[in-house]
Design a protein around this ligand. Structure first.
Ligand code: SIN
Length: 539
């Protein structure tokens, strides 16, 4: 029989959203953060570019809002964009207060960089490892707090809900302890999912292995609506090298003057957009994809050799080092790059406090859909959204009424009827299979036929894995596979419903944007059966 824990606030995920929210909540609230690997195994720690915010006198909120709206192709929620962008400078100040030192010029003014589709230099950064430094500072602060406990190697399985006054209310979660290989339940007054995006469901990705859409999958299974899942952002430039997987070549290299070339040595971006290499991400990624497919190239090249060698080494030390480790000297040679899945613009429907369709359940960061990114996220707007939503969510919880020392007894996890699998290869095989299906059939360019093929193939995988889930003891890989299956299905269903091309969703069957589809794709949540009344809920 499983054990049970209890806390005031349960935060699932240890990236910028989870850690900032924990720090912003008052000291008299007991917080438990669970993370499925180590604290730093999150997309935040991999973010290179920086945080977009209005930080120079020549820039303005209106211009940042206008760039965000234009880039989101008609689907950005203007009120949310205004709220997030106008809170940006305060969030940057907060990061400085906790010890983040952004790059500055000789006059001690922030040195702001440029990225695609921004009309101004407005990206605050720490060389090319902004996310790692921010995460390190947040982690240092979190570790000093007595009211914050951390359980690493612990993975959420599902949420537990009940009906209160006719409303669904979240009361806890089942957690798989990877280290001890057992399951426990946690009851909490508030649960915050901050588990990041789902880019790992694609064969090529810029994300860490933890990006398996766990928060989106568990919230959807608990009954939350998910929105705009078809808008998966492919970053145009991931390093293409057999020895290094999932390494981003930051957009700021193009911001500082980097140019794209075909393997035959021709520039091509001006054929697709007058902004060339600094067009929005959807356009650059699609142009590269087109050139690669048309000419059967394995990759294209990014060239920054025109920049002074000292500048490159100082401004992009991590990228320089990483490429040099495989004998590519970026001060003298072009960098082989391909597009790779990078960011989930859709997610769990939330309001400005991160509230969802289920009482006491909040979702923030990349797992959430707030309406800020629309059909295409503007570069470096995501860390900004995470910070502002952490602030909004923690304020809502602080101002509200936390029920302390509540002790809801949750149904124990009953796995007395399952056995150990003798066919573990099924998990790894289907993991690989699913990632290839998503890359080949649900990638940068889509068609009705390909989406249908992907849907059918994933149905079969789902059937096999469902049986496995109900019959055998669980593992980390099995839980993640279950989540990526559900998230893939949501992406495909959303892509099928959007019969047009807009932003990050491009269909060869509907190559034009259509007014009829200037609306969000909303998919209803599935209701899982982990309600209090059930005991043998896995059958
Ligand atoms: C990059 O450095 O290119 C990534 C920035 C982002 O995705 O916002």
């Amino acid at each position: 029989m499983s054990t049970s824990k209890s806390t005031d606030v349960l935060i699932v995920g240890s990236g910028i959203s989870g850690l900032s929210t924990a720090l912003l909540l008052p000291d008299n609230i007991n917080i438990l953060i669970i993370t499925k690997d180590k604290l730093e195994d999150c997309s935040t720690a991999w973010a290179q570019g920086g945080i977009a915010s209005v930080l120079s006198e020549t820039d303005s909120y209106d211009q940042h809002i206008s760039d965000t709206i234009k880039n989101g192709h008609g689907l950005v929620n203007k009120d949310i964009a205004k709220l997030i962008i106008e809170n940006g400078p305060l969030c940057i100040k907060w990061l400085e207060e906790i010890g983040v030192t952004f790059n500055c010029d000789n006059q001690n003014q922030l040195n702001l960089t440029l990225e695609g589709a921004h009309s101004h230099r407005r990206i605050a950064h720490v060389n090319d490892e902004t996310g790692r430094i921010i995460h390190q500072k947040l982690k240092e602060k979190v570790l000093l707090k007595k009211n914050i406990n951390i359980l690493s190697q612990c993975q959420i399985i599902d949420l537990i809900s009940t009906k209160t006054n006719g409303f669904d209310s979240c009361i806890g979660a089942y957690i798989f302890d990877k280290y001890n290989q057992n399951v426990f339940s946690i009851s909490a007054d508030k649960i915050i999912l901050a588990t990041g995006g789902a880019s790992k469901i694609y064969k090529y990705t810029s994300n860490p292995r933890t990006s398996t859409g766990d928060g989106i999958a568990v919230a959807w299974r608990a009954g939350c609506r998910v929105v705009n899942m078809e808008f998966i952002q492919f970053h145009p430039t991931c390093l293409y090298h057999p020895q290094i997987k999932s390494f981003l070549i930051s957009e700021s290299l193009r911001g500082e003057g980097g140019k794209l070339f075909t393997p035959s040595g021709d520039r091509f971006m001006h054929k697709y957009d007058s902004r060339a290499e600094l067009a929005s991400r959807d356009i650059v990624a699609r142009a590269i994809d087109h050139e690669m497919k048309l000419n059967d190239y394995k990759n294209v090249f990014l060239d920054i050799t025109d920049l002074p060698s000292n500048f490159i080494k100082k401004r992009f030390p991590k990228i320089y080092e990483k490429c040099l480790s495989v004998n590519i000297d970026i001060t003298r040679e072009r960098i082989p790059v391909i597009p790779a899945s990078h960011y989930s613009c859709g997610g769990v429907m939330t309001d400005v406090m991160g509230r969802t369709d289920i009482h006491n359940l909040h979702v923030i960061g990349e797992s959430a859909y707030t309406g800020f990114h629309g059909a295409n996220r503007l570069a470096s707007n995501s860390l900004l959204e995470c910070l502002v939503m952490s602030k909004m969510c923690s304020k809502y919880i602080t101002d509200g009424d936390i029920k302390k020392n509540h002790k809801t007894s949750l149904p124990s996890w009953d796995d007395s009827f399952v056995s150990d699998s003798t066919e573990k290869f099924i998990i790894s095989h289907n993991w690989d299979e699913l990632r290839k299906i998503m890359w080949n059939y649900v990638g940068i360019v889509r068609s009705n036929k390909q989406l249908k093929i992907a849907q059918d193939k994933i149905e079969l995988i789902e059937k096999e894995i469902n049986e496995h889930y109900y019959q055998y003891t669980i593992s980390n890989d099995l839980l993640e596979l279950r989540n990526i299956i559900h998230v893939s299905k949501l992406i495909i269903q959303s892509a099928i419903e959007r019969k047009e091309s807009r932003g990050l969703h491009y269909s060869i069957d509907y190559p034009k944007i259509s007014n009829k589809y200037q609306k969000n794709t909303v998919i209803k949540g599935r209701k899982n059966n982990y309600e209090l009344k059930l005991v043998k809920f896995r059958v």
